[in-house]
Design a binder for this molecule. Structure first.
Ligand code: SAM
Length: 242
């Protein structure tokens, strides 16, 4: 599913990059929820010796969540929007963070090579043209036993959750974004969530894409029933220790 062509979406994010950090700072729990999802990956210690991929890193909020909990891990942060990526790369980072300008669909061509111990995809898979194709790429980049963590707006399927999502978008997000000149992107945000998988459907998609140990975990606050963390594993090879 795509609601804006890839290049139009990247251009819309380029424009929105100027105010992105301000908008997400006004979203209660945005950063805390990202950290909660990182904790749910279940990686040990401070991340010594681990290689992580932050897919669709945007202005670096998800990268910061990874680094705050796993400061010793090496992080490759990728985004298709030069504007968003530029904002992320301009922030002060300790050693071990690399930024790559590439679409999720063409990671290998951009020199992003596995194996990774974990992939974090926060608010990105709903935006890609072919989520199944991207999941196949991600699966191949993980080491056997490596974890995928998807943090995404995925509705529960209950009418009340869809109504809250519509109310938040129409009543708060879209008016502010329109004033900032980003109305198109945030109208797309509403529609992309309504038209994307429900949480149950997305869990099934992960299963079908060849992941195992798929878990769906709710996020708290106003996002209850609206956003979820999905943690899944690339299966071990036959005969390998599980
Ligand atoms: C809503 S932002 C989330 C950014 C960050 N992960 C966070 O949690 O704040 C989604 C990001 O995904 C990027 N994106 C969308 N489609 C993409 C694709 N096909 N490949 C790579 N990045 C993509 C956008 O450019 C944008 O920066």
């Amino acid at each position: 599913m795509t609601l804006l062509r890839d290049e139009d979406l990247a251009a819309a994010f380029d424009h929105a990059s100027r105010s992105y950090d301000t908008l997400v700072a006004a979203n209660p729990g945005y950063h805390a929820h990202l950290r909660r999802s990182v904790r749910r990956i279940g990686l040990p210690g401070r991340g010594h010796g681990l290689r992580l991929l932050d897919l669709g890193c945007g202005t670096g909020a998800s990268t910061a969540a990874l680094r705050s909990l796993l400061p010793a891990a090496e992080v490759t942060a990728v985004d298709a929007s030069a504007g968003m990526l530029g904002r992320a790369a301009a922030k002060p980072w300790a050693d071990g963070v690399t930024f790559v300008h590439a679409p999720a669909e063409r990671l290998t061509e951009a020199g992003v090579n596995g194996p990774f111990d974990a992939v974090f995809a926060a608010y990105v898979l709903r935006n890609v043209t072919d989520a199944d194709a991207v999941l196949a790429v991600v699966r191949d980049l993980l080491r056997p036993g490596g974890r995928l963590c998807v943090h995404e707006y995925t509705l529960s399927g209950r009418q009340v959750d869809r109504a809250v999502w519509t109310l938040v978008c129409r009543g708060v997000v879209q008016p502010v974004a329109t004033l900032l000149g980003d109305g198109l992107l945030y109208r797309y945000l509403w529609r992309s969530v309504v038209e994307f998988d429900t949480a149950g459907r997305f869990a099934h998609r992960l299963d079908t894409a060849g992941f195992d140990h798929v878990r769906v975990l709710p996020l708290p606050g106003w996002q209850t029933g609206i956003a979820h963390t999905f943690v899944a594993r690339r299966p071990h090879e036959p005969g390998e220790e599980g």
